[in-house]
Design a binder for this molecule. Structure first.
Ligand code: HDL
Ligand code: ZN
Length: 439
C-alpha cells in the first residue's frame, strides 16, 4: 500500500505506529539476567546483596542521574554526599522521591523517565511515598519480569556491558561458565583500563596468570591477545568496547600512558577484533569522576577529537568501529566522517545526550546526512525497568524526525510505501546493527 494519498499531517501518526511495532536490538546497556544475582526483594525470595541485576523502584529512583539531581533540589541543611551514600538504598530513594518528585516538579528527563515507567506498568505516578510501588515490585519474579519489560518495551535483544576488570563481574564468569547463557542477552567485553592505563591493567593481568610486563613489549602484547581471546570465548561476546576520555587521540600525542594505550590498541585489540570480524565500540568523551564525591554520578563530558576516529577508520580498514561521542559539539563532524568511512557506524545519543531536545537534533542531522545507515539510539539502561521509558521516549522522537523526512520526500513526487517505512524502521532499530556485526 502506498501513501501518496496520505495527508502530510498523517505522517507522524503512521510512522509512530510502524516504529512502535518494530522490535529493537538494544546495542548498549548495563543490564543483566537473573543468573548474575539480584539484590532486589522479589517473589522467589532469592536475593544476593552483590547481585548485578538491578530493577524495581528503589533502584529506579536512586539511578545515578537522579542522585546528581537531588543534591541541587534538596533544601538546606544539605546532607553531605558521604552521609547520603551511607544511608540504605531505601532511605536514599525516599529522599530523592520527596525532593525531586513531590516537593519539586519532576520535569527533568531522568525524573520523567521514572514516571513513564510507572505508567507503563499500570501504576499511579502520583503517589507521595514509595511504599505501594515497593509492594508491587516485591510481588514480581525477576525472570518473568524481564520477559514482561522486554515485551512492553518492544526490545528483542539486550546487549550487556561486561567489564572484565570489574572484580564483581569477572568473578561471576569464572564461577559459572554458563552465567551469560540467557538467550535474551548478548555479552560485550568491556576493556577500559587496557586502553586508559595499561601499566595498571597489566598488573591485573599478571595477577590473573598472564605473563605480561607493564611495558607493551611483543611478548606482553601476545599475552594481551591471549587474554582478549579467552574472554571473548568465555563470554561469547559480540563486540569489544571501551569508554575513552575527551583527550583520546590517534596517533597518540600524550606521554607514555597514551603511547602504551596506542600500542595495545594497534597490536592487540584491533588485530583480535579484525581476526574475528568483530566491531570495536569506542565511546569517546567521558571525563570520569569530575566530582569524585558523587561517585558514578560525578562524571562529566568533554569535547573530543573526531579526526582521531577518522584516523583509526582509515588506518584499520579491516576493522569495524561502533562509535558514540559524548559532546554535542562532536556530533556533526562525526556524521561528516561517517560519510567517508563505511567501517564506521555511529550509534546512539549517549548519556548526557539522551535528552529529547538533543535526540531530536542529532537524529535529524544523521537522517539528513547518513540516510538510514546509522544506529539512532541505545538505552544505556542500568536498571531493567528503564527500558520502559528510554525506548518509548526515543521511539517517539525518532518517529517524528523520520516522518518529516518522508513529508519532504513526498513533496518531490516520490511515492513512499508502507513496506519502505517498515524496512527503514527495521534497519534503524535492529537491522543496521545485525548487518554491521555480520559484515
Ligand atoms: O561508560 C558507559 O557505558 C556510560 O554509559 C556510563 O555507564 C554512564 O555512567 C551511564 O550510565 N550513562 O548512561
Ligand atoms: Zn553505558
Amino acid at each position: 500500500m502506498s501513501y501518496e494519498a496520505l495527508a502530510l499531517t498523517d505522517w507522524p501518526v503512521v510512522v509512530a505506529e510502524v516504529l512502535n511495532r518494530q522490535r529493537i536490538w538494544d546495542v548498549h546497556t548495563h543490564l543483566y539476567p537473573p543468573t548474575f544475582g539480584t539484590p532486589v526483594a522479589n517473589r522467589t525470595g532469592r536475593t544476593d546483596p552483590a547481585g548485578l541485576m538491578l530493577w524495581g523502584i528503589d533502584e529506579l529512583v536512586t539511578y545515578h542521574y537522579l542522585v546528581a539531581e537531588v543534591f541541587r533540589a534538596a533544601p538546606a541543611p544539605q546532607v553531605s554526599y558521604a552521609e547520603f551514600f551511607r544511608w540504605p538504598k531505601s532511605r536514599q530513594a525516599d529522599h530523592i522521591w520527596r525532593y525531586l518528585f513531590v516537593e519539586n516538579t519532576p520535569i527533568s528527563e531522568a525524573c520523567r523517565g521514572v514516571l513513564t515507567t510507572l505508567q507503563r506498568l499500570g501504576l499511579d505516578p502520583n503517589e507521595k511515598t514509595l511504599d505501594g510501588y515497593r509492594a508491587f515490585f516485591a510481588r514480581q519474579d525477576p525472570d518473568e519480569y524481564i520477559d514482561r519489560v522486554m515485551d512492553l518495551a518492544g526490545v528483542s535483544s539486550i546487549t550487556m556491558t561486561n567489564a572484565v576488570f570489574d572484580d564483581a563481574e569477572r568473578g561471576r564468569w569464572l564461577a559459572d561458565k554458563d552465567v551469560g547463557r540467557d538467550p535474551r542477552f548478548k555479552a560485550v567485553l568491556r576493556i577500559d583500563p587496557l586502553l586508559r592505563n595499561f601499566p595498571a591493567a597489566a598488573g591485573r593481568l599478571a595477577e590473573w596468570g598472564y605473563a605480561v610486563q607493564t611495558a607493551a613489549t611483543p611478548p606482553t602484547l601476545a599475552e594481551v591477545r591471549r587474554f582478549l581471546g579467552e574472554w571473548l570465548d568465555r563470554q561469547q561476546a559480540i563486540y569489544v568496547a571501551a569508554s575513552l576520555p575527551p583527550e583520546f587521540r590517534y596517533p597518540a600525542t600524550g606521554q607514555a600512558l597514551e603511547q602504551a594505550g596506542q600500542t595495545v590498541l594497534e597490536q592487540a585489540v584491533l588485530p583480535v577484533c579484525a581476526a574475528r570480524k568483530m566491531p570495536l565500540a569506542l565511546m569517546i568523551g567521558a571525563r570520569l569522576r569530575t566530582e569524585p564525591a558523587l561517585r558514578e554520578a560525578g562524571d562529566t563530558s568533554g569535547l573530543a577529537d573526531v579526526q582521531t576516529v577518522a584516523n583509526l577508520c582509515r588506518a584499520f580498514p579491516a576493522n569495524k568501529f561502533l562509535v558514540t561521542m559524548l559532546a554535542r559539539e562532536n556530533q556533526h563532524e562525526l556524521c561528516v566522517v561517517a560519510r567517508k568511512f563505511r567501517n564506521l557506524m555511529p550509534f546512539g545519543c549517549w548519556w548526557f545526550l539522551n535528552s529529547p531536545s538533543l535526540i531530536d537534533e542529532i537524529t535529524r542531522m544523521r537522517l539528513e546526512m547518513l540516510g538510514t545507515s546509522f544506529i539512532p539510539q541505545h538505552s544505556d539502561a542500568r536498571i531493567l525497568d528503564q527500558l520502559l521509558y528510554k525506548w518509548p521516549h526515543s521511539r517517539r522522537l525518532i518517529a517524528d524526525a523520520l516522518a518529516d523526512m518522508y513529508v519532504r520526500l513526498a513533496q518531490t513526487g516520490r511515492r513512499i510505501t508502507r513496506a519502505e517505512v517498515e524496512r527503514d524502521a527495521a534497519l534503524l532499530l535492529a537491522g543496521n546493527f545485525q548487518a554491521f556485526l555480520e559484515r
